[in-house]
Write a protein that binds this ligand. Structure first.
Ligand SMILES: Nc1ncnc2c1ncn2[C@@H]1O[C@H](COP(=O)(O)OP(=O)(O)OP(=O)(O)O)[C@@H](O)[C@H]1O
Ligand SMILES: O=C(O)C1=C[C@@H](O)[C@@H](O)[C@H](O)C1
Ligand SMILES: [Mg+2]
Length: 197
């Protein structure tokens, strides 16, 4: 496969889990799809892939640079291509960009190869995570807090279409959130199974 693997099962102990389907993490910017997804993959001994990182690596540009140079529609086309490619490769934990699950084609592709899990975070938590960072081009507006709120209200009905969801709790560490995600995945043996020691 050609994707950037951030975690690999190589060198791991006897596998403790069997990942039966790719898990696509979806949700708002700042929800923790990248940070928690990486931790989940490490705990499972599964590959971790991130569609934003893949797009950046292929373009040799950051996401904000791609938005500035080529525009959002170009970025969205690349996002759809990259997600389709990553889904067709090996089973993994796939962190998507915050807007990916809005497009029906991406939702259909995720459903064809795996399941979607929504990291459901409230607006206060999201704002506290994204307010000091300039890495989200959609928030480069006069009133980024209001922009985030508008995106949130538009998007939540679509994130609700995910197969599974976990509530994000600001008091939980990345590691603890990863455990919460794994516990939820284990409710679906067609997605994740715990193997006997
Ligand atoms: N449970 C957590 N506890 C503490 N910090 C967290 C937690 N989850 C995420 N973070 C931090 O919040 C920030 C945003 O997280 P992250 O980049 O993973 O969000 P994202 O959902 O991938 O956003 P985007 O859609 O923009 O890619 C990062 O600095 C990350 O380390
Ligand atoms: O919420 C969004 O639409 C985005 C989130 C990020 O992951 C990036 O994909 C990009 O900044 C757009
Ligand atoms: Mg991310």
């Amino acid at each position: 496969m050609s994707g950037i693997k951030h975690n690999t099962p190589e060198g791991a102990q006897t596998p403790r889990y069997r990942l039966n389907k790719t898990v696509a993490l979806v949700g708002m910017m700042g929800a923790g799809k990248t940070a928690v997804g990486r931790a989940v993959a490490a705990k499972l001994g599964a590959p971790f892939l991130d569609s934003d990182a893949e797009i950046e690596a292929a373009a040799n540009l950051s996401v904000p640079e791609i938005f500035t140079r080529d525009g959002e529609p170009f970025f969205r086309r690349r996002e759809t291509e990259v997600i389709a490619r990553l889904l067709s490769e090996e089973r993994c934990i796939l962190s998507t960009g915050g807007g990916a699950f809005l497009a029906e084609v991406n939702r259909d592709n995720i459903a064809a190869y795996g399941v979607a899990m929504w990291l459901d975070a409230d607006l206060d938590l999201l704002w506290n995570r994204v307010r000091y960072k300039d890495s989200r081009p959609l928030l480069r507006t006069k009133d980024p807090k209001a922009t985030l709120a508008a995106l949130y209200h538009d998007r939540v009905p679509l994130y609700r279409l995910a197969d599974l969801s976990v509530r994000c709790d600001a008091r939980l560490s990345i590691d603890a959130m990863a455990e919460r995600v794994i516990d939820k995945l284990l409710t679906r043996p067609d997605v994740l199974e715990k193997l006997d020691a």
